[in-house]
Design a protein around this ligand. Structure first.
Ligand code: 7TS
Length: 417
């Protein structure tokens, strides 16, 4: 049985208090907390076998190389990749998407080519394409959003044409929680010969994700949102697709032969990993993947669907609260953006923090989506495998207290709120 309360015990940080009350950590879409097994993997590497990879012939270097490559193999298995050569280790999702824009986009895209995005993208899947559009005259187009918070596919035929070279779409919105029909989009994109990049920053940590099932060519995600350390991300690519990319950063590790005036390049995946990689964090990311695999991603998803249903029900009882995104927990992840009438989301976040509840407030790096929703910002609670119903109860009670605080403050000031 999936027991979030037992699982929590493996996360030392969840024991701590803030402002004299127990921490209720509901900012998992920003970054997750780390279990002891991940902290141990980091310490173990630095304590026992710290060495550079792929170049030494001494024991420590061999152990470090084996552990680094074993982490890559675990990542490959976790996302159903055919082999480790398609798993490029980057700094994060942002760098993974930029790698596609630089190494593929700058080589292959020309004026008149189109890249199809959506209105619910994180800035990291918008800005790299803005840079490319400005340089190469590429046209950017966007799938809109329905009032319920789903992608509006009614004009897909008009948006997706033989001019479309890339469809790049988030699998799960970091604001609305919407889980997008990536498989269908990939099929449609492939029919017109476009490549498909999926931003899996929010989905890979929370859902079973299999690249063959999704039918995508490329998938980007970050270790730090899935129990692993910061500083490691992944760009998965079908090897046939990655072979068409130009090298990204040049330097050591990514070469085969270097002459004074030219170089030849290493095979996949090393061609795209110039310089000393983030060895310790990649190895600890492998430990995070073991932790998730041990629990089972189906179970993680089931827990979050139950929590999200519970939270949507409980939050809908709070007067004056607007909740954004799909109402059906089967079609969304455990990310709930909301606004409380008359209270700025930043004030709301600050007051919730006083009560121990950590949420994010702001535009969530999705300004175009905020405009579509007609708000400058929202508050956002986001869950993970260690989140409990009791914590959601604390969120709801705290929101009631904030309301009381503002209503009373308003009354004291002699005005209605
Ligand atoms: N794509 C999505 C859908 C995201 O949610 C995020 C981070 C990124 C890309 C970028 O990931 P990074 O690891 O490269 O930074 N999202 C958030 C968030 O919602 N709050 O803080 C970070």
């Amino acid at each position: 049985m999936f027991d979030a309360r037992a699982i929590r015990k493996q996360f030392p940080i969840l024991e701590r208090q803030v402002h004299g009350v127990p921490l209720v950590y509901l900012d998992n879409a920003a970054t997750s907390q780390k279990p002891q097994a991940v902290l141990d993997a980091l310490t173990d590497y630095y304590t026992r076998y710290n060495a550079n990879v792929h170049r030494g012939i001494h024991t420590l270097a061999e152990e470090a190389t084996a552990a680094y490559e074993a982490a890559r193999a675990r990542i490959a298995r976790f996302i159903g990749a055919a082999g480790p050569e398609g798993v490029l280790l980057t700094r994060n999702t942002t760098e993974a998407i930029n790698l596609v824009a630089y190494a593929w986009g700058r080589r292959h895209l020309r004026e008149g080519d189109e890249v199809l995005l959506t209105e619910m993208e994180h800035h990291s899947n918008l800005v790299p394409w803005h840079l490319l559009a400005a340089e190469q005259g590429v046209r950017l187009r966007h799938i809109g959003i329905t009032d319920e918070g789903y992608l509006d596919l009614s004009n897909l035929d008009e948006l997706l044409t033989e001019r479309t070279r890339l469809v790049s779409v988030t699998h799960m919105s970091n604001v609305l929680g919407t889980i997008n029909p990536v498989r269908l989009l990939a099929e449609r994109a492939h029919q017109v010969g476009a490549m498909v990049l999926v931003d899996g920053a929010q989905s890979v940590p929370h859902l079973p994700v299999d690249v063959a099932d999704l039918g995508c060519d490329l998938l980007a995600f970050s270790s730090h949102k899935m129990l692993g350390p910061t500083g490691v991300g992944v760009l998965y690519g079908r090897p046939e697709v990655l072979e068409t990319f130009s090298p990204f950063l040049g330097g050591g590790e990514m070469i085969q032969e270097v002459y004074l005036d030219h170089s030849t390049y290493a095979d996949l995946p090393h061609r795209f990993e110039a310089g000393t990689p983030n060895i310790a964090d990649a190895i600890a990311f492998g430990a995070a993947i073991d932790f998730l695999s041990g629990l089972g991603m189906e179970q993680v998803r089931e827990h979050e669907v139950a929590l999200t249903s519970y939270a949507l029900r409980a939050l809908s009882q709070v007067d004056g609260l607007t909740i954004y995104g799909p109402q059906d927990p089967q079609h969304r992840g455990g990310v709930i953006a909301f606004n409380l009438e008359g209270v700025h989301p930043h004030d709301l976040g600050t007051l919730l923090d006083q009560m121990g509840v950590a949420v994010r407030a702001g535009h969530h790096c999705a300004q175009p989506l905020m405009r579509r929703l007609g708000v400058p910002a929202t508050a956002r609670a986001s869950f993970y495998l260690y989140t409990t119903e009791e914590e959601i109860d604390v969120l709801v009670t705290s929101l009631e207290k904030v309301k009381e605080f503002f209503v009373n403050a308003g009354r004291r000031a002699g005005r209605a709120v």
